[in-house]
Design a protein around this ligand. Structure first.
Ligand code: ASP
Length: 321
């Protein structure tokens, strides 16, 4: 990046406080009833389904699990579950986590052959004393718990992978607005209880064995039932380095709106990550009162917001417009 431009942009990022509050959507007033937020346009379908789960008597934990399951199950979505984009060796390796209103969490990383990693993460949370299982151990655990081994590579994802491999000659691409799509969901039920989930095939063309932020509690997802919930999408390394989602929730604890909190943590990442202009990072968050917020480095980040009977795709504000 041009040094002068970088200097000017970093100066504009300023200190940690004092960024203007962005007044859009439901950020200012408490919201009654269930609220569901999820990343990207696919979140619309995920939210609709998640809402049905709640309406038919499911818990908020069921809602965030089943909502993202429906996207994991869609072979045409190239970034999660079946059809997820492979790593540089052509293997589909999935990361996911889930967290509930009792501060319990479960996570799986580098999981192959199972299309619903978020459900395996829930099993880890509910049926073991542990939080996180990885790789072969996670696969064996899933198989023992009745999950089916499947081929996750589709004709399309294989063809895309071949094309990209040839184009890039083995070089890792920077993640950008065209090259990421974690499905993260945070939800609040009518009683005010929060839960969240996060699932991904990770950064496209990642090194085999790489794990991103999505299964890391506090990075890809964080829920504190007293305060709020947040999740992340984008270049996972930058999110992990800054404990992104936990920090968003922490700022909400200290009185910031979800919108302000997302904005401040994106700006913090931009100040600390050398190549921030070439990556995308986006957060969505809600507080206990159901107020929502989102912010990203790059334009193009959208999220789905379900509240008061409406499910809408919302354009997030961004640092680079
Ligand atoms: N956060 C994910 C990862 O770094 C990727 C993404 O959201 O696109 O694995």
């Amino acid at each position: 990046m041009n040094t002068r431009r970088r200097f000017l942009t970093l100066s504009a990022l300023g200190s940690c406080t004092g960024f203007g509050t962005l007044k859009s959507l439901a950020q200012t007033k408490p919201v009654k009833g269930p609220v569901i937020l999820s990343t990207w346009r696919t979140g619309i379908r995920a939210n609709d389904y998640a809402f049905e789960v709640l309406q038919s008597g499911g818990s908020v934990l069921d809602c965030v699990e089943k909502g993202v399951n429906m996207i994991e199950n869609d072979p045409n979505v190239g970034t999660v579950g079946i059809g997820g984009f492979p790593d540089e060796e052509g293997h589909v390796t999935l990361d996911a986590c889930i967290m509930d209103s009792r501060q319990r969490c479960g996570s799986v990383a580098f999981l192959q052959h199972i299309k619903n990693p978020v459900s395996v993460a829930r099993k880890v949370m509910e049926d073991t004393k542990h939080v996180m299982l990885v790789g072969e151990g996670a696969l064996n655990f899933a198989l023992k718990h009745g999950f089916k081994k499947e081929i996750l590579l589709t004709e399309k994802s294989l063809a895309d992978w071949r094309k990209r491999k040839a184009e890039q000659d083995g070089k890792l691409p920077e993640i950008n607005v065209e090259n990421h799509d974690t499905i993260g969901m945070v939800a609040r039920d009518a009683e005010g209880n929060l839960s969240g989930s996060c699932t991904t095939s990770g950064a496209g063309m990642k090194i085999h064995g790489r794990v991103g932020d999505s299964p890391i509690i506090g990075a890809g997802l964080y829920v504190d039932n007293d305060i709020g919930a947040a999740c992340a999408t984008g270049w996972g390394e930058a999110v992990i380095e800054n404990a992104g989602s936990a920090m968003v929730v922490e700022l909400i604890r200290h009185g910031r709106s979800p919108q302000d909190a997302c904005q401040e943590i994106v700006k913090r990442i931009a100040r600390k990550f050398e190549d921030w202009e070439s990556i995308q990072v986006g957060f969505i968050a809600m507080d206990k009162a159901g107020r929502a917020g989102a912010y990203a480095i790059q334009k193009g980040f959208t999220y789905a917001h379900h509240a008061n009977g409406q499910n809408r795709e919302i354009k997030s504000d961004s640092l680079i417009s």
